[in-house]
Write a protein that binds this ligand. Structure first.
Ligand code: SF4
Length: 440
């Protein structure tokens, strides 16, 4: 980090240490103030603390914390709603709550099972192995309560998730770790992970220390041995190959919707249209900047196209090809806040996938230790049985639900201020946005 950012961060840390001492929000890990150096230009200390606040209180902060943008000088931090002031001042009444619809459809085709989720967001894949079972259960409980979904990631389907099965997306990735016919058969959505925006071209890796007995058993591998998922699926090099994959899972589970998760290369529009013709109901594009501390920083920032650029490219191309109304376009990769999500929708996505923000809701400090030793010291990205106990699933689910409750308020304010009655009306309405350079 350069000197200028160090000074900005130091000021913010001082300011928010005071907030925390004054009882704004106290998590066990932060009892004595903000750890020095918390956050970065994308996830500033303000964004982290405002997410803690929302996870605790269920509404946006009113104490000066910036919960709208980070300080990256790019992307969503430079995109604003033209009526931002009006949006922030809009009061939401009970009538608005009933009249403003936040649900989205995950199958827009004329055929197949209909599946709507109540909010325009669902939880992204975080595998058993990369995160703790208690964090997975917290996310599943929250998804059920919110009427949305969460995703297993590629490490298998732990038994305690079964009671949330209608809300669990089963991921099928290149390593095929934990893939079982019986769990594919109960999935409402099956997600093929072809690539991840945080590390396109690199596949996945789970270092030996985190491959405990339970993880090894689930992944049918050997304890304390590093596990690598290759890139790409070596059985898929064309749309036809891809269609064979889709047909294969639809034979196992004809009721499941198929989502195709891809990163954002330059020809992301071609990838998207190919996925549609292969039979997918959901095209999930994953841009740069997502991922936990397990993804290498150099890969997160420098390989995939940022999602803000990729969304309009894909949205417009699907319109040009005449299929936009038949496919659900989902975006992820660095979407941190309710406003980021709404901006992604105004740029052309139907909805978004959230990962890191849910981790922040349960106390992630962005320390980057996810893959070191036994993993996360506060129980999020760890498989250590003792460290995992730091996340109590009931407490964790409440934090995640509260964060989304606050996001729901913000989405409704945005729609009310723009005179819209449904989040679906916001899709591709990019005239409500403008670009403003960030200057510090
Ligand atoms: S180790 Fe834990 S607190 Fe640190 S970045 Fe990873 S999830 Fe967040």
């Amino acid at each position: 980090m350069n000197g200028v950012n160090d000074k900005i961060l130091a000021k913010k840390v001082a300011k928010h240490s005071n907030n925390i001492r004054n009882g704004l929000d106290v998590l066990p890990s932060l009892k004595y103030g903000v750890p020095s150096g918390m956050g970065n230009v994308r996830w500033t200390s303000d964004l982290i603390l405002s997410t803690y606040y929302q996870a605790k209180n269920g509404n946006p902060p009113n104490n000066g914390l910036n919960y709208l943008t980070g300080a990256s000088k790019g992307g969503f931090d430079c995109i604003h709603f033209k009526r931002e002031k009006e949006i922030l001042e809009t009061e939401i009444s009970r009538t608005d709550e009933k009249n403003i619809d936040l649900s989205i459809s995950l199958n827009k085709k004329k055929v197949g099972r209909k599946l709507d989720i109540k909010i325009p967001a669902y939880g992204g894949g975080m595998s058993f192995g990369s995160v703790s079972l208690n964090f997975m259960i917290s996310r599943a409980m929250a998804a059920k309560e919110l009427g949305t979904l969460t995703c297993t990631g590629e490490g298998g389907y732990p038994e305690p998730l079964m009671k949330f099965k209608d809300h669990i997306i089963v991921q099928l990735a290149t390593g095929m770790f934990g893939v079982r016919e019986e769990t594919l058969q109960i999935a409402p959505v099956i997600e093929f992970k072809y690539a991840q925006g945080a590390k396109p071209g690199l596949g996945g890796h789970l270092l030996a220390d985190k491959v405990t007995a339970a993880v090894a058993k689930m992944r049918e591998s050997t304890e304390f041995t590093s596990l690598y998922s290759p890139f790409p699926f070596h059985s898929v090099y064309s749309v036809e190959d891809h269609k064979k994959h889709v047909d294969w899972v639809k034979t196992i589970n004809p009721y499941a919707l198929v989502s195709v998760k891809v990163s954002t290369p330059r020809d992301v529009d071609m990838v998207a249209i190919g996925s549609y013709y292969a039979g997918a109901e959901i095209i999930h594009i994953d841009g740069a900047y997502g991922g936990t501390g397990a993804a290498p920083e150099i890969a997160k920032k420098n390989i995939a196209m940022p999602i803000e650029y990729a969304i309009p490219i894909v949205h417009k191309y699907l319109i040009k090809e005449g299929v936009r109304d038949d496919v659900t376009l989902i975006a992820s990769g660095g979407i941190r806040t309710a406003f980021d999500a709404a901006k992604a929708i105004a740029l052309g996505a139907d909805g978004v996938v959230i990962g890191t923000s849910e981790a922040v809701a349960v106390g992630c400090t962005h320390c980057g230790n996810c893959e070191r030793g036994r993993g996360c010291q506060i129980g999020i990205t760890t498989t250590d049985p003792e460290l995992s106990l730091f996340i109590d699933p009931i407490w964790g689910s409440k934090r995640i639900i509260n964060m989304y409750k606050s996001w729901i308020i913000q989405w409704r304010k945005i729609l009310a201020a723009l005179g819209l009655s449904s989040i679906r009306e916001l899709v591709g309405k990019n005239e409500v946005l403008y670009y403003k350079k960030q200057v510090f």
